[in-house]
Design a protein around this ligand. Structure first.
Ligand SMILES: Cc1ncc(COP(=O)(O)O)c(C=O)c1O
Length: 426
């Protein structure tokens, strides 16, 4: 028993397992600073402001695509707009449906109604934050025009059967890789499996372009040009005979300063991923002796990148519910979110159709032939959110943080197990 295991939980006035804050992530260092300074130096030297679609952005797009095994990339200004531009590039008629993830950020869903497309959430695969092929199949209709699959917490969704299902119906699949840069499914990088992928590169993600940013990636050259045009007000990129704007779109451009930071970050990404996997592996190992707590089950033959730690709590073995368990872990000094909050289909904007004034569009659009209210039967999403909590995690943790995470979970479990732990019963 460690010194923290006096048995008295911090929530009851005992000593905390972790009395000092977790270390900061230190995402940006001298490499990113130098990259940004180079952009400024050039602007000062030439007298020309740095811009967008410039040499840094083009190089970043090429390097990002190369990281994913080739293909094409368009840098944009957020992950939300990466989804928006991926959908925009697909040129879907209004009032069609888009299957959306059951657990995701709002930015992974809102682009669909912004294009007057009806978002239809598929449930979670049982035990997972991600959806699965059966859950998607259940919500497909003759109106389905695209499927968005998110790899939440950096855990790959079950892409092969999803792609099989989608290909058979000629429905394009957008992979939302905002939380999963570098994760692998059966050896393949996520983002390179679906028809097109959207990444967020905001400052909390695995790699970043500064405060905000995003990337659209695909192996389809024709599609990437449609994405590019859509992302920049319909300018006629790669169209020989056009000189004027050819399609409606917004200004979702990235810029050369952000891209320069992204290039420096991309070089670090393999180490970031390796470190997260190493640390998470040690935590998984450390939790092996526990009875009610474990890291969330991952699909076989996948390699996640642990954007956060998804912690499963088997409350049938405990005297308390998950909320009380998670607050006791938080009181021990760990950065905990009691219930993953990004379950956006259940947010007010969605439930109350707060979209275009009071119109209720796209659900009420006269061209739409489906249900007029959002469909929200998501029992497995409810179950998985009820049985898991989140521990924030990053690659600048070390041996001490691993030890504290394991010790705090063990201490709280010991206090709340229904039957005494065999070691304590002696
Ligand atoms: C799964 C998912 N999709 C989309 C987004 C939106 O990305 P951004 O915040 O860069 O707009 C996020 C952001 O956290 C996300 O986690």
């Amino acid at each position: 028993m460690s010194k923290h295991d006096s048995g008295v939980l911090a929530v009851n006035g005992g000593p905390k397992v972790r009395a000092t804050p977790m270390p900061p992530r230190r995402l940006f260092g001298s490499e990113e600073k130098r990259a940004a300074m180079r952009v400024f130096d050039k602007a000062i030297e030439t007298g020309n402001a740095f811009s967008y679609n410039g040499p840094e952005q083009k190089a970043y797009e090429a390097e990002f695509a190369a990281f994913h095994g080739g293909g094409y990339a368009v840098a944009v200004n957020s992950g939300t707009n990466a989804i928006f531009c991926a959908l925009g590039g697909l040129q879907i008629d209004v009032a069609r449906e888009v299957v959306v993830p059951p657990v995701t950020d709002n930015g992974g869903i809102m682009p669909a109604p912004m294009l007057n497309l009806v978002p239809v959430p598929a449930d979670c695969a049982p035990g997972f934050f991600n959806t699965g092929p059966e859950q998607i199949e259940k919500v497909l209709s003759k109106r389905t025009a695209a499927i968005i699959v998110a790899h939440i917490a950096g855990e790959p969704a079950d892409m092969d059967p999803i792609m099989e299902l989608a290909r058979a119906r000629r429905i394009p699949v957008i992979e939302d890789c905002a939380q999963a840069h570098g994760a692998r499914y059966k050896g393949r990088l996520v983002g390179a499996i679906g028809d097109v992928a959207a990444f967020s590169t905001m400052c909390g993600k695995l790699h970043a372009t500064g405060a905000q940013g995003g990337m659209v990636y695909t192996r389809d050259e024709e599609l990437i040009w449609r994405v590019k045009r859509f992302s920049d007000r319909g300018k006629p990129f790669n169209l020989k005979n056009a000189t004027e704007n050819v399609v409606m779109g917004l200004n979702c451009n990235q810029n050369d300063l952000a891209a320069a930071i992204g290039r420096a970050q991309l070089k670090k990404l393999p180490q970031v991923i390796a470190k997260r996997r190493r640390l998470a592996g040690k935590i998984i190992e450390g939790l092996k002796g526990l009875e009610a707590v474990s890291l969330g089950r991952e699909l076989p033959d996948t390699e996640g990148v642990y954007w956060f730690l998804r912690v499963h709590v088997d409350t049938s073995k405990l005297t308390v519910n998950k909320a009380r368990f998670a607050s006791a872990v938080a009181a021990e000094g760990l950065p905990v979110e009691e219930r993953y909050t990004q379950a956006s289909p259940k947010r007010p904007w969605f439930l109350e159709r707060q979209t275009y004034g009071r119109s209720g569009c796209p659900w009420t659009c006269p061209l739409y032939r489906g249900p007029r209210q959002p469909l929200l039967e998501l029992p497995d999403a409810d179950e998985v959110l009820d049985s898991h909590f989140v521990i924030y995690f990053h690659e600048n943790y070390g041996a001490r943080e691993v030890r504290d995470i394991v010790a705090a979970l063990a201490k709280v479990e010991r206090a709340f197990l229904k039957r005494p732990h065999p070691k304590c019963a002696r």
